[in-house]
Design a protein around this ligand. Structure first.
Ligand SMILES: N[C@@H](CCC(=O)N[C@@H](CS)C(=O)NCC(=O)O)C(=O)O
Length: 222
């Protein structure tokens, strides 16, 4: 199997990166440096016209979007239990994954890259301030979600097996620190993120991407 993952350290591509590690997949990680604009180069745009990571390549097949990649990897590696097999539980995990991907994530993009939304520096400052408050509220919701899920006595957000929700929770919490949000204000989330980073498979992805969980303690790596 010739799997390739186009990723950028610290970006949302961390989620499929963790899934590949959790699945024990043999894959080639291909680093795209977003801060150097490599995602806007014609070579990369020929692979993903949207100019975004992650991109999963399986031989001749090219797949983008974290939700789609998650479902695909779950099908390729059923032994890894990346998604629950019970239909309703599976839909619930995808429901939360969709919220992370289509609500929390784009809010952070407004904080991190307000220039995507206006060329005017004053407007950008307003966008950033407003989105930061929204992002704090999203992390509070995520904190409540984590606390509720872990109340069930299972170690990971989908139950017995670590998966996409755990990896995305780590990413969103880490991005919070880039937005200036001290992670200890989200106690259940922050405790879980630290446990997620210690999962032996996820720890490999953390090491490859050289991620610091709380960037307020050292310079951010985006
Ligand atoms: N909904 C997309 C989001 C992808 C995305 O926003 N990727 C970011 C990195 S976290 C990116 O490549 N940004 C570069 C850009 O949009 O210019 C997915 O699930 O893959």
């Amino acid at each position: 199997m010739a799997l390739k993952l186009y990723f950028s350290p610290g970006a949302c591509s961390f989620v499929p990166h963790c899934l590949l590690e959790l699945a024990g997949a043999s894959f080639e990680p291909v680093m795209i440096k977003l801060h150097k604009g490599e995602h806007r180069q014609p070579e990369f745009k020929a692979i993903n016209a949207l100019g975004q990571v992650p991109v999963l390549v399986d031989g001749e097949r090219v797949l983008t979007q974290i939700l789609a990649i998650t479902v695909y990897l779950d099908g390729l590696f059923p032994q890894a239990h990346l998604l629950p097999t019970d239909l309703f539980e599976r839909a619930q995990v995808l429901q939360m994954l969709a919220w992370m991907n289509n609500t929390a994530h784009p809010t952070f993009t407004h904080v991190f890259r307000p220039s995507n939304y206006s060329p005017d520096a004053h407007v950008q400052a307003d966008i950033k301030a407003h989105a930061s408050e929204h992002y704090r509220a999203h992390l509070q919701s995520l904190d409540a979600f984590v606390a509720k899920r872990l109340e069930r006595g299972e170690p990971w957000l989908a139950g017995e097996f670590a998966g996409p929700l755990d990896a995305y929770a780590l990413t969103l919490c880490r991005w919070g620190t880039i937005a200036g949000l001290e992670p200890s204000q989200f106690p259940a989330l922050w405790a879980h993120v630290q446990a997620v980073a210690k999962h032996p498979d996820i720890a490999r992805a953390v090491a490859t991407e050289r991620l610091v969980l709380n960037t307020l303690e050292s310079p951010p790596k985006t």
